[in-house]
Design a protein around this ligand. Structure first.
Ligand SMILES: Cc1cc2nc3c(=O)[nH]c(=O)nc-3n(C[C@H](O)[C@H](O)[C@H](O)COP(=O)(O)OP(=O)(O)OC[C@H]3O[C@@H](n4cnc5c(N)ncnc54)[C@H](O)[C@@H]3O)c2cc1C
Length: 312
């Protein structure tokens, strides 16, 4: 079977890995410039050298035995490692959070900068068109995007699934990436709940990171929602002031300062199964179904592949 998957985040790639392993032809399309999805890593050049920031997911934990096996392979391949500062069971991608995604994608047929705008029925299968790729046909379609984007893609072709997706409203998250010429005074590499900052991490302290002192600051959902349409510069400076307060009133010279707005960051989903229609040969997976964690996204994609394979 030829299977098209929209979205090369953890859910889409977990689904693609399992379907490819079963011998199906899987083509994955993602609108992003490169591997990451919400496990993205951004690199910036500063006068003190290159610096990287994990501006999406910060770390992941493992409970599920199947995900544990997949994680062990990443650790053995050097693309993930423990980061005890975030907790005794925390792991991060190495050298960036996007490393496991990059490794998965390299073994699959993934097209980046390919935005799917329309999905229509074509006989018993599907036809996908959009920007950055040749329109293509597939026997089976999987939508592995955040709920808000899934609701749009599924609206006309799978209204029941679209309605489920539309009911899941993600929290936004303003994230600030700051690099400094000297180390900050903060003794901890991780702070939680510091004023409007729900998370502060010394990104440069994660395993395998080089370069100058780097911090990632994430605003709480409430603060992010209140300031959703603010200019990125204003947000960067506002959140930096809270880091300054946490640091005892002063900061070293700033080498680079950027803010990124995740309009759809964390989902309220608590663990529903992926969606699959045997009659229409269409399915949906992602953290908005499985739960707001990397592991849940992986499980959702993996379970959807199992449902597709069971139906063959
Ligand atoms: C700021 C932030 C902090 C987080 N912190 C943590 C954490 O510490 N630990 C943790 O476990 N989880 C964390 N998460 C959640 C975690 O990142 C997600 O649960 C997980 O990465 C979701 O994977 P996914 O595959 O479902 O979605 P995504 O990673 O969002 O992948 C979906 C993909 O679909 C693509 N796409 C969307 N629309 C289209 C289209 N029309 N055409 C083509 N491609 C499209 C996107 O480009 C994207 O790559 C965090 C998330 C954010 C944003």
């Amino acid at each position: 079977m030829k299977i098209a998957i929209i979205g090369a985040g953890m859910a889409g790639l977990a689904c693609a890995e399992a379907l490819s392993a079963a011998g199906h032809r899987v083509q994955v399309l993602d609108k992003g410039r490169g591997p990451g999805g919400r496990m993205s890593t951004r690199r910036t050049t500063t006068e003190a050298g290159e610096v990287s920031f994990d501006h999406g997911a910060q770390f992941f934990t493992v409970r599920d035995p199947a995900f544990a096996a997949r994680t062990q392979a990443w650790v053995a391949d050097g693309v993930a490692a423990p980061w005890p500062d975030a907790g005794p069971e925390a792991l991060v991608g190495v050298p960036g959070m996007n490393a496991p995604i990059r490794a998965m994608a390299q073994a699959l047929d993934v097209t980046w900068q390919a935005r799917v705008d329309e999905v229509v029925r074509e006989g018993a299968g599907w036809h996908l068109s959009g920007e950055g790729f040749e329109a293509l046909s597939a026997d089976i379609l999987v939508v592995a995007t955040p709920s808000e984007q899934a609701a749009i893609l599924l609206a006309t072709v799978a209204p029941d699934m679209a309605a489920k997706a539309a009911a899941v409203i993600s929290d936004p998250c303003w994230t600030v990436m700051a690099a400094f010429a000297e180390p900050l005074g903060l003794s901890d590499d991780v702070l939680r709940e510091a004023g409007p900052l729900s998370w502060v991490a010394r990104n440069s302290a994660k395993p395998g990171r080089d370069g100058p002192e780097a911090f990632v600051l994430q605003a709480s959902p409430d603060w992010s929602r209140t300031h959703l349409e603010d200019a990125a510069d204003a947000v960067a400076n506002a959140l930096l002031a809270h880091l300054q307060a946490a640091n005892g009133g002063a900061l070293p010279p700033v080498l680079s300062l950027q803010a990124h707005r995740w309009r759809y960051a964390r989902t309220p989903a608590t663990g529903g199964p992926p969606l699959w229609s045997q009659a229409d040969q269409i399915g949906a997976c992602g953290d908005w179904l499985g739960g707001a964690r990397i592991e849940a996204a992986w499980r959702s994609g993996h379970d959807l592949a199992a449902a597709i394979l069971a139906a063959r």
